[in-house]
Design a protein around this ligand. Structure first.
Ligand code: ATP
Length: 488
């Protein structure tokens, strides 16, 4: 990671805290590792991202509906999904520092110190060993490359072991004296399974016809071994997932469709295409047909923000086996090759899965700008501005009376009352106008208006645009429509 970018990342983290976006969880007790709280503007931005995704999936797709499943699920769900047996990462401990590393992260961090060619060779070797689950081979790879612990500086490693990432808790009031295992429930590590187990409920009640999708947003929990990098990797986070149920045999086309459609969703926010790239998976789960990540260039490098996975009928079939209930669909469309209906089958699934918190970090990373601007006295100053897309900005319009007297606050309040039903407005009369503008820049408010003495004469206000800092006069009567148009 270049120092410059690390500085930028640290500046974004500090800004997020100072301006009410993200706080460390339970900070007065020194925080909880990899758990974060969203502040006033952070929770608003997060909600806006969630709404934008939700609307694009459900309201704008006639064949996608939503669910809101519980976080707790029957424990057999996680047996069926494979999480109890397989949701683990190989990890290794340094015997001197006692620090635990995820093997792939340890090797990837080392790769950053190598030349591109050397790094590629090492990554290829690692991918091969991970795919073969060759733990002894992975340890040898770490030793052969003389990879050291960043804390102790030694290469005194334990063997590589698997570590399950699911959080367990006890269900109900029964204490441990009875069979402990019977009371164990897990905090869901992904939202997808709440969709799969409800497949038939949704299909029947919403009268859906294949192909159709089910969308869900909600919390997921993973006991990540290496949890750092701010909200990029958290132990409690939020996912936005959509499972698209299709006829077997059509998965190639639908996978292509969703791979492209999801990238277009990102680009629709006005983020330059060169900040994104696909990473096609080489190592696939045994049931997976194809899988890729959409990666974004964060200040810490290109990293996954979303996954698109062609999952075959694996999940529904597994739930059929474990629940002994049929999860099939009767397709009465005519198969042209046989001239008969397609009949009963377990649908195949294409999944799109994006982390809400990662998307939040993406928006902050893209929006954060320290811009040097000339001051009136000829000197230069730096303004920190969040160029958040207007439709996602926490506050859309700041309403600022120039002074606290002469009837200006009353006019400003009337404008506020007129607009607040349609979009989030913010009223402020304290401090010089320049200072108020800067505060609004720092939280990404795209439009500010100033109510001044001329307003009393001609019913106009000065509107100031965050990105260009340009100002113009507009009639109060045009204001609401103008802002609504810009945030559409
Ligand atoms: P990674 O390789 O980064 O651990 P993953 O491939 O395990 O991620 P998925 O299981 O495909 O991730 O989850 C889908 C999305 O959920 C990811 O693309 C990411 O945006 C988000 N996500 C996964 N784990 C976390 C986490 N610990 N903190 C924040 N977001 C996460």
């Amino acid at each position: 990671m270049a120092t410059q970018d690390n500085n930028r990342f640290q500046a974004i983290i500090a800004h997020a805290k100072e301006y009410g976006f993200v706080f460390p969880s339970s900070e007065i007790y020194d925080g909880l590792s990899a758990v974060y709280d969203y502040g006033p503007w952070g929770s608003e931005l997060k909600k806006n991202i969630r709404d934008y995704w939700w609307k694009s999936m459900t309201q704008l797709h006639e064949n996608i509906v939503g669910v809101d499943a519980a976080i707790f699920m029957h424990p057999t769900t996680w047996k069926a999904s494979g999480h109890v047996d397989n949701f683990s990462d190989p990890m290794i401990d340094n015997k001197d520092s006692k620090k635990r590393y995820r093997v792939d992260h340890l090797i990837e961090a080392h790769v950053e110190t190598l030349s591109k060619e050397e790094g590629n060779v090492l990554i290829a070797a690692m991918d091969k060993l991970l795919a073969a689950e060759d733990f002894a081979g992975l340890k040898k790879l770490i030793e052969d490359n003389k990879i050291k612990c960043s804390i102790s500086g030694t290469a005194n490693w334990t063997d590589v072991r698997q570590f399950n990432l699911m959080f367990k808790t006890e269900f109900g009031a029964v204490a441990a004296e009875v069979n402990e295992d019977e009371n164990i429930v897990y905090l869901r590590p992904e939202t997808a399974q709440g969709i799969f187990v409800n497949f038939l409920n949704v299909q029947k009640t919403a009268r859906m016809k294949v192909p159709f999708g089910i969308a869900q947003t909600g919390k997921a929990f993973r006991n990540e071994i290496v949890a750092r990098q701010f909200i990029f990797r958290m132990r409690e986070f939020e996912q936005m997932e959509m499972q698209f149920f299709i006829r077997p045999g059509t998965e190639g086309d639908w996978y292509k469709y969703w791979k492209e459609a999801r990238l277009q969703w990102h680009l629709s926010l006005g983020i330059p295409a060169e900040k994104y790239r696909y990473h096609d998976h080489v190592k696939l789960a045994h049931y997976a047909k194809e899988a890729c990540d959409i990666e974004f260039e964060f200040p810490i490098g290109f990293k996954e923000v979303e996954g698109i996975h062609s999952r075959s009928d694996y999940d529904l079939s597994q739930h059929q086996v474990y629940s002994k209930k049929k999860l099939q669909y009767f397709d009465n469309d005519i198969d042209e090759t046989t001239g008969k209906p397609y009949g009963n089958y377990v649908p195949y699934v294409i999944e799109t899965s994006i982390g809400l918190d990662r998307m939040f970090l993406l928006i902050l990373s893209q929006a954060y700008d320290e811009e040097v601007i000339p001051r009136e006295d000829g000197a230069a100053e730096t303004r920190t501005v969040l160029r958040i897309p207007a439709k996602l900005a926490p506050i859309k319009l700041a309403i600022l009376p120039l002074t606290k007297k002469d009837g200006l606050p009353e006019i400003a309040r009337a404008i506020m009352n007129d607009c607040r039903e349609d979009f989030y407005c913010f009223y402020e009369e304290k401090d010089a106008i320049g200072k108020r503008y800067r505060r609004m820049d720092a939280i990404g408010t795209p439009f500010c208006i100033t109510v001044d003495h001329q307003t009393k004469e001609d019913q106009t206000v000065t509107i100031r645009y965050r990105d260009t800092m340009q100002q113009e006069r507009i009639a109060i009567s045009d204001l609401r429509a103008l802002v609504k148009e810009k945030i559409r």
